[in-house]
Design a protein around this ligand. Structure first.
Ligand code: GLV
Length: 322
């Protein structure tokens, strides 16, 4: 009998094709994130589960549905209780690498847009306010010889640094480990978190969300940033204490922020919505057609391998196979 898999939302067809060759595939049909109850019903009796970052996969879902493998269509996997999965010897997979460039591109789009006030300027023009070139209109931040501070220097942080080099900006990074080769190759400099926050004109977050990075940027950290600096987050919302960010933006402790992710997604802090010096995107870091197709095929291949008894390439809890 063919095994059954449950996909929690419509994903690019290429991913579904990989699954359909081997398994019976059920896809949640609605155009909105699935609820926990709907996962419990939809995945009940399925062998494999392909969730998205919007789906919280906890021990109850693992036990009630009886799934044997979980392949997240995301590089981040803070939506899955990895400890519970590991205790149950359930393989969990993610999609690293394929969304690095798209996310780094979007990070740069945010850095440029927030500092050069692109959204504000567009709105100004559409409102009919553009009456001629103005030497004082929409003055924003500079890049050349300024400093970009990158927090988390994995694949995406590294790709952001490579893009930044073209702008002639100095680069600091803070990470759990030193990247000596990159320090030589790219000229990036390691800094403590405090030093990075104090010296950077742009601070961009590229660390995963874990218990160590939860609220990594809170009141004290925001106070260390320059009043002319910008904070960019394309990683996970819970890395920033959002209430404190709203206060810092309101009080002029920092100049602006560019955000793609939020503390309680899809809810956005009402204080952020009111602020003109913030650009708010609906979590579209990896949203290019090519990237989403690769994420879908990677997640599907991971699930296929796990269910056919192979160790999947992108396993996040390999210890279950020992
Ligand atoms: C996107 O946020 C991802 O983790 O893939």
């Amino acid at each position: 009998m063919r095994k059954k898999v449950f996909v929690t939302r419509k994903i690019p067809e290429e991913g579904i094709q990989i699954l359909s060759e081997h398994f019976d595939v059920e896809i949640f049909p609605k155009k909105r994130p699935i609820s926990k109850e709907e996962i419990l019903v939809g995945a009940k009796g399925c062998d494999g589960l392909l969730p998205l970052l919007t789906d919280t996969i906890d021990a109850e879902i693992m036990d009630e549905t009886g799934v044997k493998a979980i392949a997240n269509m995301a590089v981040g996997y803070d939506n899955i209780d990895i400890k519970a999965a590991t205790e149950r010897k359930l393989p969990v997979c993610n999609t690293p690498g394929v969304l690095t460039d798209a996310t780094a591109d979007l990070t740069f789009a945010l850095i440029l847009s927030v500092s050069r006030r692109i959204v504000e300027a567009d709105k100004y023009l559409r409102e009919g306010k553009f009456v001629g070139w103005d030497p004082m209109l929409c003055l924003g931040g500079d890049f050349k010889e300024k400093t970009l501070g990158i927090i988390g220097f994995g694949r995406i942080g590294n790709a952001v640094a490579r893009r930044a080099l073209g702008f002639g900006i100095n680069i600091l990074y803070h990470s759990r480990v030193r990247y000596k080769n990159e320090e030589k190759e790219l000229g990036v400099k390691y800094a403590s978190l405090d030093e990075l926050l104090e010296r950077s004109d742009y601070v961009s977050i590229h660390t995963p969300h874990t218990s160590d990075t939860h609220h990594l940027i809170g009141e004290n950290e925001l106070k260390k940033m320059k009043p002319t600096s910008y904070l960019i987050n394309t990683s996970r919302g819970k890395i920033i204490d959002e209430d404190k960010l709203v206060s810092a933006l309101k009080d002029g402790e920092i100049a602006g922020a560019g955000l793609d992710v939020y503390y309680n997604e899809p809810a956005v802090h009402p204080g952020l919505i009111e602020l003109p010096n913030v650009i708010l995107l609906p979590h579209i870091g990896s949203a290019s057609l090519g990237t989403r197709t690769k994420m879908a095929t990677m997640a599907a291949s991971n699930l296929k391998d796990a269910l056919l008894g192979k160790i999947p390439k992108n396993i996040v809890n390999p210890e279950i196979y020992q």
